[in-house]
Design a protein around this ligand. Structure first.
Ligand code: NAD
Ligand code: MLT
Length: 315
């Protein structure tokens, strides 16, 4: 495949550009382009590299008359219209796994943060108060963690939280009970999971089957005070239902790294973010030096591999 000019449209680590340039590929970095400008620029490029800010919609793809590849330096391809790209024979690449450890580590941090009221306790002390009683928490030892989605991130979360003495149960339609047992996760049905979980963490993609996976009907089947963590995708937990469950005390706390709309605009989302029992982060799951270098190099390597392959074929 002939890839000579690449547009990097989001702030991807410099190692991506360095590697592409090493293979004599011309790279332009133009971040935060308004959509009209992206549409005007895209015909000049054979490949587009994005993270999550740039929305690669059907009209952007239609304008890319020389576009052969869209690369996402990240796991999901939610911001790329894959159907429109496929219809134009444009390859969509991503880097699944490159940021899995980082997303897993943020998840584990959020679980421990919720258990010990670290965020509200620290904020209260910074505000000059000394409220030791108000922020007493509980141990994770002996508690049950339910993991929905036992893929790359879910599995790593299980292994780490077992070290805290948590019992790990989980559900994944394509991971067999036998495979889950290999990493000490007891595979159960969702109906078995709800009444047993002290904590529920979701690690699925956002697909029709997982949209609103956690909703009022589910909260009503859970233990009172169940805690919820979402470092996967906004929309897996219904935000209005979560807010209601937090207000009623049915949900004892939530940690959210992702939201139905990002950046958040909805009133309910902001109510959640500001809620006393919520710890919220601005989609930081993959935001570590290591993960960003890994995904940047991986996406560049894939593009270089395509280029080299085409040269080999043409010899
Ligand atoms: P993965 O593909 O390795 O694992 C996802 C698992 O979910 C799969 O095993 C799949 O079978 C399972 N699954 C699908 N439908 C399900 C359902 N209905 N119920 C239960 N399980 C179901 O993906 P991953 O790399 O582990 O990523 C998990 C999620 O985390 C994705 O949504 C990804 O986009 C997101 N992510 C977020 C960040 C962040 O910055 N917050 C970083 C990396 C990944
Ligand atoms: C991903 O899909 O990899 C994550 O959500 C992180 C990111 O958007 O960079």
């Amino acid at each position: 495949m002939d890839i000579t000019k690449v547009l990097v449209a989001d702030a991807v680590d410099a190692s991506c550009v360095d590697l592409l340039k090493k293979f004599s590929i011309q790279v332009d970095c133009k971040y935060k382009l308004p959509k009209e400008q992206l549409i005007a620029e895209i015909p000049n490029y054979n490949a587009l590299i994005v993270r999550s800010d740039t929305k690669v919609t059907a009209d952007v793809i239609a304008a890319g008359k020389n576009l052969k590849v869209i690369g996402r330096a990240g796991a999901g391809v939610d911001n790329i219209d894959v159907k429109a790209a496929t219809a134009k024979n444009i390859l969509v690449l991503n880097t699944p796994g490159g940021n899995a450890i980082s997303a897993c580590e943020l998840t584990c941090s959020l679980i421990t943060t919720l258990a010990r009221n670290v965020v509200p306790g620290a904020a209260s002390l910074k505000a000059g108060r000394w409220d030791r009683k108000l922020y007493s928490g509980h141990e994770l030892y002996g508690k049950t963690l339910a993991i929905l989605g036992l893929g790359r991130i879910g599995k790593e979360v299980a292994l780490r939280m077992q070290a805290w003495g948590m019992r790990t149960i989980g559900y994944d339609p394509i991971v067999s009970a036998e495979d889950a047992k290999k990493f000490n996760v007891e595979s159960l049905t969702l109906e078995q999971i709800w009444p047993q979980a002290d904590y529920i963490t979701v690690h699925t993609p956002l697909i029709p089957a997982t949209r609103n996976l956690i909703c009022s009907a589910v909260f009503n089947k859970c233990k009172k005070g169940v805690r919820i963590i979402n470092v996967a995708r906004g929309g897996i937990i219904n935000e209005a239902d979560l807010l209601a469950a937090l207000n009623s005390g049915q949900c004892g706390g939530a940690a959210l790294d992702v939201f139905e709309q990002e950046p958040p605009v909805d009133k309910i989302t902001w109510e959640l973010i500001k809620h006393d029992k919520v710890v919220a982060t601005p989609h930081l799951g993959a935001s570590t030096t290591e993960a960003q270098i890994r995904v940047a190099v991986e996406i560049a390597e894939q593009i270089v591999a395509l280029t080299k392959k085409s040269k080999e074929y043409s010899v």
